[in-house]
Design a binder for this molecule. Structure first.
Ligand code: GLY
Ligand code: MN
Ligand code: MN
Length: 440
């Protein structure tokens, strides 16, 4: 749980960034209709949540900054017995005023009227430029006199780059649940099972441990499906002798985890699988060790591309001089994505990678990023040794940058060939003895 004082401190810090004589407006996420009166599960907009801690839809937060200081105003859904019968209790204005450390609270129905009032004699209006068009239209209509329109998402994104101690605790909790889920997947008897059955095992662990949902759609990709980067169908049967790439992480109290492990269906890696796996793992370990303040992500990217290319040359996947191969981007066919991304309230956290002057933001204490090197060998790629075709491997951990170097927050999730194989043998023992020891 994050205390109200922390949300207030974030609002104050955002207030400092706002220009004088300005108004900033943030909206809650829109509910998304699935069909008729059925909706997709609601999830609050992360930046709105970051500064409000408020989970209800149809709400807004306004900042008014003048010479006199900062005023914060929360707009919430008014109490409505009939609506609450269908959709659940609303906090309402009175209780919201008691709970949140904002200056004023009004019903959402007053938003436009109040906005007009706040905008009088102001110079700038901040809002999220990616808002849906109807809201932007309304804001533009109400702010014709306003001198400048500015993107609030950038300012909050900068703040979201550095995680507080309480945010790090929530990320750790999410990773702890995800660890249990990946270990359950390793232990799960996968013989004659479909990918979705393994997915169910993983997500059962998420939900039964209080994780509201997944942080993104789980990827459970057996064999060659691992070579589709965003494979989410998860509808094929798992085959003995193949690997499964599992990219799955839960969200806990709005905080994400993002973990990939690649494991054998029958619990044991074959020799070629092990060769590829250990190559990627060696690269991942080296890149993680480079993480410390002042290092740039682009440096991690370049080093990972170099190391993977050298590894692929050694395994006969690429041929030639590594510098020339990289120059010609030959390695991209097998490692086409980034080495990692920011993670926090969102799995791909909405935080910037560059300063306003376009220079890169280096790593700094309190940032959380993923490190996820990979190699994808499509089954139809005749240019690579036959024994590697149809194998896709990604290994992904979540790394906190500390003042000295880093902490691998997911280091307790089995990762070496030996550790994964050890977990993978448990289902057989479980079947034999009739009960399992989860700590095995
Ligand atoms: N799970 C999405 C990613 O690894 O970036
Ligand atoms: Mn990731
Ligand atoms: Mn991932």
């Amino acid at each position: 749980m994050i205390a109200e004082l922390e949300y207030k401190a974030r609002r104050d810090a955002l207030g400092v960034k706002l220009s004088n004589n300005s108004v900033a407006v943030l909206f809650s996420a829109e509910p998304k209709s699935r069909s008729n009166d059925t909706e997709y599960p609601y999830r609050q907009n992360s930046s709105f949540y970051y500064v409000s801690g408020f989970k209800e839809d149809n709400s807004a937060l306004i900042f008014v900054k003048t010479k006199k200081g900062l005023k914060t105003i929360l707009f919430v859904q008014g109490k409505d017995k009939k609506a609450e019968l269908w959709s659940g209790k609303r906090l309402g204005e009175k209780r919201a005023k008691e709970k949140f450390l904002v200056n004023e609270v009004y019903a959402m129905s007053k938003l436009q009227e109040k906005l007009k009032e706040f905008l009088t004699n102001k110079k700038s209006l901040y809002y999220d430029f990616s808002l849906d068009y109807s809201k932007i239209k309304m804001l533009k209509r109400e702010s014709k006199e306003i001198f400048a329109h500015k993107n609030i998402a950038l300012l909050i994104g900068e703040m979201r780059l550095i995680k507080s101690a309480t945010e790090i605790e929530l990320i750790k909790k999410a990773i702890k649940i995800t660890k249990e889920a990946h270990h359950a997947a390793m232990r799960f008897d996968k013989k004659d099972k479909f990918e979705y059955q393994l997915q169910a095992e993983i997500e059962y662990v998420f939900k039964s441990n209080g994780a509201y949902s997944d942080a993104y759609t789980s990827i459970v990709a057996g064999g060659n499906s691992a070579n589709t980067l965003h494979y989410v169908k998860n509808d094929k049967i798992l085959k003995q002798g193949e690997l499964i790439l599992i990219d799955a992480g839960c969200e806990y109290e709005y905080y994400a985890s993002d973990i990939t492990r690649t494991i054998p269906v029958n619990g044991k890696f074959t020799k070629p699988q092990k060769e590829l796996y250990n190559m990627v793992l060696g690269v991942q370990k080296k890149i993680i060790k480079m993480v410390k303040p002042h290092v740039k992500r682009s440096t991690l990217q370049a080093r990972s591309e170099k190391l993977l290319t050298l590894g692929m040359i050694k395994l006969g996947i690429l041929k030639g001089d590594y510098k020339k191969l990289i120059k010609k981007k030959k390695h991209k066919k097998y490692f086409p994505h980034g080495i990692g991304h920011w993670m926090g309230l969102d799995v791909h956290d909405e935080a910037p990678y560059k300063y306003h002057n376009d220079s890169e933001i280096p790593l700094s204490s309190g940032m959380v990023l993923t490190i996820e090197p990979a190699i994808y060998c499509d089954k139809n790629d005749k240019s690579i040794p036959k024994k590697y075709r149809g194998i896709g491997i990604r290994i992904e951990d979540n790394i906190l940058v500390t003042s000295k170097n880093y902490e691998n927050l997911s280091k307790n999730i089995a990762k070496s060939v030996a550790a994964i194989e050890k977990k993978g043998t448990v289902f057989a023992l479980k079947a034999y003895y009739g009960k399992g020891n989860n700590e095995l």
